[in-house]
Design a protein around this ligand. Structure first.
Ligand SMILES: Cc1cc2nc3c(=O)[nH]c(=O)nc-3n(C[C@H](O)[C@H](O)[C@H](O)COP(=O)(O)OP(=O)(O)OC[C@H]3O[C@@H](n4cnc5c(N)ncnc54)[C@H](O)[C@@H]3O)c2cc1C
Ligand code: SF4
Length: 495
């Protein structure tokens, strides 16, 4: 424990955000680096408590407790306090393959379970993680480490399908364990939603490119622009590889099924966000009309993180106005009775994009307990959205929304973005391989075993657990690699 009285002496200091007026003019990082002195004091707030829930990594009643990767957080905090950043990184990298991603986009499940957080603001675990990985990136400490890859390759040949966080973590671990790994990705760039999903201001794409370059130098092969099941027959993979790990994500978007949803100017969140990042990276956008919010009244349907990223991106493109409609009521300001510490606190949050909209347009763009009745058109183009307030009521033990008569209203709209979540993985590969699925349509593969109903096929990440978080995808990818390696090694665990 760094400093016994640290948690009594120092207050929590969060990472500073760049001023709104400056950051909405570019797609660069939202936050500013935190200086060393502040980080050392923040790490001194860690109490090294007897039972540290921050690294528990379990789910209770659908709520996470602690970091799914099981990072040894108190140890890392202690090392940072003592000024040994390299050793802190060394410990971190034993459980965490890519801290440069989570230190920017993780909601910090660890902080929700921090013991200090029961009475005081939690330790800034995520920002300390960022300090460590940024220092290592800056001093050139993150290099290909072929020496760490198990000597004498086993001869196991594994195909990983999908290069999102689960695919990358899986390929990295399989490679370290001595297998020969090929990652197939249908997009023109690797990274999955790290690349085409999460916007650049939250996660700079150069970080993804850098990690993929390191993995390539460590002998992982990336085959881009190749959709397995379409461009590459899955039977070829079955013949050419000893095992396959499916990390294809849960990419089926929930569609808005109301009159007018087929009008021009109505797009899904992923169409919009992908097109925005492609344009930024200079890839061939192929978005036909070029989805652009410049000068438009934008209505985002969905109040979750994806909707929020649409708001932030629309603002950067120069939208004239932005409204965000959410069917659920707002969460409470403080933990509700059924949501005690150390469960993830389900409380009301205001994210970067809502703060930006507030500063630009004078109000939080969100309207809660609201749904869309229809989308109105001027010819074949969207012109407005008719929405209505809803009340949630119990019907046969199920909570359902009921439109409230007399609360209908119209919002002017030139661009409607639907961000209503994802329903699960696509069916093509699942059908071709005739894999069993669970009740939600995800690939059936037992937690911690990752083995599908086919002997040589494993599954991880959103494709197995449903739409989730980067940190869970990393954890699943890494553990699926260990399970796959064990299978290839005659049941012997070599991790
Ligand atoms: C807009 C948005 C913002 C988000 N923001 C955050 C955030 O801030 N923090 C956070 O923790 N999580 C966030 N998430 C969730 C997070 O990105 C996902 O949980 C995570 O990326 C899932 O990882 P994955 O590897 O399982 O799948 P994905 O990242 O979806 O990757 C799957 C990959 O498989 C490829 N693929 C699919 N089928 C095939 C095929 N047949 N052949 C070849 N390739 C194929 C896809 O092209 C894709 O690249 C966000 C999600 C979205 C949509
Ligand atoms: S990956 Fe996320 S949950 Fe884990 S230690 Fe980092 S910020 Fe916390």
């Amino acid at each position: 424990m760094g400093k016994v009285t640290g948690f009594m002496e120092y207050e929590r200091i969060d990472a500073d955000y760049r001023p709104v007026g400056e950051r909405i003019r570019d797609y660069s990082d939202l936050t500013l680096p935190t200086n060393k002195e502040t980080i050392v004091r923040q790490s001194a707030r860690c109490m090294d408590c007897g039972v540290a829930f921050c690294h528990a990594g379990i789910v209770v009643d659908g709520s996470s407790i602690g970091c799914p990767l099981g990072n040894p957080i108190p140890e890392i905090n202690d090392l940072v306090y003592r000024g040994d950043v390299e050793e802190a990184y060394e410990r971190m990298s034993r459980t965490h393959p890519f801290p440069e991603f989570t230190s920017r986009v993780c909601p910090a499940l660890c902080e929700g379970s921090c013991t200090l957080g029961e009475h005081e603001p939690a330790v800034t675990v995520k920002n300390i993680e960022r300090y460590v990985i940024d220092a290592m990136l800056e001093n050139g400490g993150i290099r290909p480490r072929t020496s760490r890859i198990r000597a004498g390759r086993t001869g196991g040949k594994v195909a990983v399908v999908g290069s999102g966080p689960s695919g990358l973590a899986c390929a990295d671990m399989l490679n370290r364990l001595g297998n020969r790994v090929t990652v197939f990705e249908r997009a023109d760039r690797p990274g999955g939603l790290l690349t085409y999903g999460i916007p650049n201001m939250k996660l700079d794409k150069s970080l993804v490119e850098n990690r993929v370059r390191i993995m390539s130098e460590e002998n992982v092969t990336f085959v881009l622009g190749s959709e397995v099941g379409l461009d590459v027959p899955v039977i070829r993979l079955m013949n050419d590889f000893d095992a396959i790990v499916l990390c294809c994500g849960a990419t089926n978007e929930r569609r808005l099924d109301v009159p007018g949803s087929g009008l021009k100017g109505v797009h899904t969140a992923m169409e919009f966000l992908t097109s925005a990042t492609k344009r930024l990276l200079g890839s061939d956008a192929r978005d036909g009309e070029g989805i652009d919010a410049r000068g438009k009244n934008v209505v985002v349907v969905g109040g979750g993180d994806t909707g929020t990223d649409c708001v932030g991106t629309a603002i950067r493109q120069g939208a004239q106005s932005v409204a965000q409609l959410e069917i659920l009521p707002p969460l409470p300001e403080f933990r509700a009775e059924g949501n005690p510490w150390p469960l993830w606190p389900r409380v009301f949050r205001t994210d970067y994009a809502q703060r930006e909209a507030h500063e630009l347009f004078g109000a939080d763009p969100r309207r809660f307990s609201t749904t869309v009745l229809k989308i109105d058109g001027d010819g074949d183009r969207v012109s407005s959205v008719t929405a209505v307030g809803v009340e949630w009521e119990d019907r046969g033990g199920k909570r359902v929304p009921r439109p409230l008569p007399g609360t209908e209203f119209q919002i002017e709209a030139d661009l409607v973005l639907t961000a209503m979540g994802f329903t699960g993985p696509e069916r093509t590969l699942i059908d071709q391989l005739q894999l069993e699925v669970d009740a939600r349509g995800n690939v059936l593969a037992k937690y911690d075993e990752y083995k599908s109903s086919l002997l040589t096929v494993f599954a991880a990440g959103d494709m197995r657990r449903g739409p989730s978080l980067v940190v869970w995808a990393l954890m699943e990818g890494r553990n699926a690699a260990v399970a796959c390696d064990k299978y290839l090694n005659g049941g012997k665990d070599r991790y």
